[in-house]
Each structure stands twice: as C-alpha cells, then as structure tokens.
Design a protein around this ligand. Structure first.
Ligand SMILES: Nc1nc(=O)c2c([nH]1)NC[C@@H]1CN(c3ccc(C(=O)N[C@@H](CCC(=O)O)C(=O)O)cc3)CN21
Ligand SMILES: CC(C)C(=O)C(=O)O
Ligand SMILES: [Mg+2]
Length: 270
C-alpha cells in the first residue's frame, strides 16, 4: 500500500499510475488493477454530476465520493481533490474542509489547484498533518479566467511562473505535483529539477507518473480532452446492454421463469 512517503520515493522510478474514481465499484476495479493513486477528482462535477464545469462541486459532494472510494479501496493511496473556493479564501476554513476528508472520509491526502496563494497554505496543512498534492499548469477551477481550457506555460514568462511555483510548493512540503496541459519539454524540465514526483495529464511522457479521468480512460465520457486516450468502449457496452434490456421487456423475453417465483399457498386465495 503506497503511503505519501512511498509515492515521493517513486520519483524517477517506475511510472506512477493514477486514475480518478468517484464510486465504490469503480474504485474497486481501479484498486484491483494495482493503480498507485486514486484521485477523487472535482471532475466528478463534469462526469457523474452532469455540470458544465467543476465550479458547482461542493465540499459535501467530494466528501460523499471520497467516502465511497475509500470504503472500496484496499491498496491505493486515496487523494481528495479540494473543490472551488473550499480552500484559499480563509486558512481556518481551508484546513477544516481538508481535515474533514482525512478525519471523516479516510482520504490520506488532498490535492489543491495551486497558485501564489497556496504556498503558505500548503506549508500550514503539511505542518498540521494533511499531506498536499499540488496541481499546476491548467487548473480547471480558473475556467472563467481562461475562457476555456487552453494549454498553459507556452511562452517563456508563463513557463517560468509555473516552474517557480513548482519549486515553491515542493519547498512548502507538497509530496507530489500534478502538471496539466503544459508542453512536454517544460514538464520534463520540472520533473528533472524537483525531488518530488510529477504526475502529468496532457504534459508528455517525461513526468514520473500519469493521471486520467477514469470515464475518459474507459470510454464512458461522451466527450473528453484531446490529451486523453480511450482504452475501452464502456459507453458502447452500456448502450448495447440497456438497448437489450428494453427490447427484452418489450418482447416479454424478460423476466423469464428463472427470474420469477410462485408461492403455492397463494393458489387457493384467488
Ligand atoms: N471528463 C473530463 N476529463 C478531464 O480531463 C477534465 C474534466 N472532465 N473536467 C475538468 C477538466 C477540464 N479539462 C479539460 C477540458 C478541455 C480541454 C481542451 O480540450 N482543451 C483544448 C483547448 C480549449 C481552449 O483553448 O479553450 C485543447 O485543444 O487543448 C482540456 C482539459 C480537464 N478536466
Ligand atoms: C484530472 C485531475 C488531475 C483532476 O484534477 C480531476 O480529475 O479533477
Ligand atoms: Mg480536479
């Protein structure tokens, strides 16, 4: 079972695998596959909850999903993704929200979408015993500032800012760093420079690990980002099973004798 310390030690070793999961059956499958880290992502807003962005996701939403995932996980490290405005506004409130994931829902760490405002917060959380996974590059909670989900760090100045924030969050005690949608050469430089492992999504092959949204990876999402790869066709599987169910009910083929039971004693009543 990887702890946050084991994970930190994996920098430069075998690639780290990370997937999101939001519910117990998915977490069980991801865990049984030997995935190192399960992220209960605020992407649950786009996936299971049907929102247009991650912004409406609440602390209660993430807490509920972290509980489901941690109950179904034996080996993987479970990380709670802190939702929009649940951290960074006020330190006490940030720590209470993050602490809830560890105290009540059995997460072992939290992830914060980072910026200059999360350096001191990361240090404080780590001091208090809340391991922090930092997240830089494309931070989807800033969708309204970006006006979409564009690549980040594509010019020297922007790349330097990401690099500097990566160093600062490592120094503040973050145990790992997600890099999203940045050039692969920038991700490679950051990975070479930092001691903590980098976990990329749309950040090229040089990162110490990779993460994807599980719905994208298994082919359940109706739409997924260009950097995702579908390793299965769950959507088609479900479509065909659901169509077959509807046809079977409509034709009378379901339920069959083996799905039904009769009580002999009731015969005389009617
Ligand atoms: N299912 C799912 N998968 C994800 O990876 C994901 C979510 N949901 N929800 C939260 C964020 C949103 N993410 C996204 C969404 C879109 C692009 C994307 O297609 N970017 C375009 C540019 C779009 C623009 O310029 O506005 C690209 O071609 O890079 C990337 C990451 C990643 N996250
Ligand atoms: C894609 C990962 C990094 C994430 O933040 C999420 O799923 O919410
Ligand atoms: Mg997220």
């Amino acid at each position: 079972m990887p702890t946050v310390r084991d994970l930190t030690a994996m920098a430069g070793e075998n690639p780290i695998t990370m997937l999101t999961a939001y519910d117990a059956p998915t977490a069980e499958l991801v865990d049984e596959a030997g995935v190192d880290v399960i992220l209960v992502g605020d992407s649950v807003g786009n996936t299971s909850l049907g929102h247009e962005s991650t912004l409406p996701v609440t602390v209660d939403d993430i807490a509920r999903h972290v509980g489901a995932v941690s109950r179904a996980t034996d080996d993987a490290l479970v990380v709670a993704d802190m939702p929009f405005l649940s951290f960074g506004v006020d330190d006490a409130e940030s720590i209470e929200n993050a602490g809830r994931m560890l105290k009540e829902e059995n997460a072992e760490a939290v992830k914060l979408e980072c910026g200059p405002h999360t350096v001191d917060l990361t240090e404080r959380m780590v001091q208090l015993g809340i391991p922090v996974m930092a997240h830089l590059g494309l931070t989807p909670q800033h969708v309204n500032r970006y006006g979409g989900y564009p690549r980040q760090g594509t010019d020297r100045e922007a790349a330097d800012r990401i690099f500097e924030l990566a160093r600062e969050h490592e120094a503040a005690g973050a145990f790992s760093l997600v890099l999203e949608h940045i050039p692969s050469n920038l991700a490679a430089e950051i990975t070479a420079e930092l001691d903590i492992p980098t976990i990329g999504i749309g950040a090229g092959p040089a990162c110490d690990g990779q993460v994807l949204v599980v719905d994208d990876a298994v082919g359940l999402s109706e739409w997924s980002p260009s950097f995702a790869e579908q390793f299965g066709s769950v959507r088609e599987e479900m479509e065909s099973a659901i169509d077959d169910y509807v046809s079977a009910v409509e034709s009378g083929a379901f339920p069959a004798d083996e799905h039904s039971h009769e009580a002999e004693d009731l015969d005389e009543l009617y």
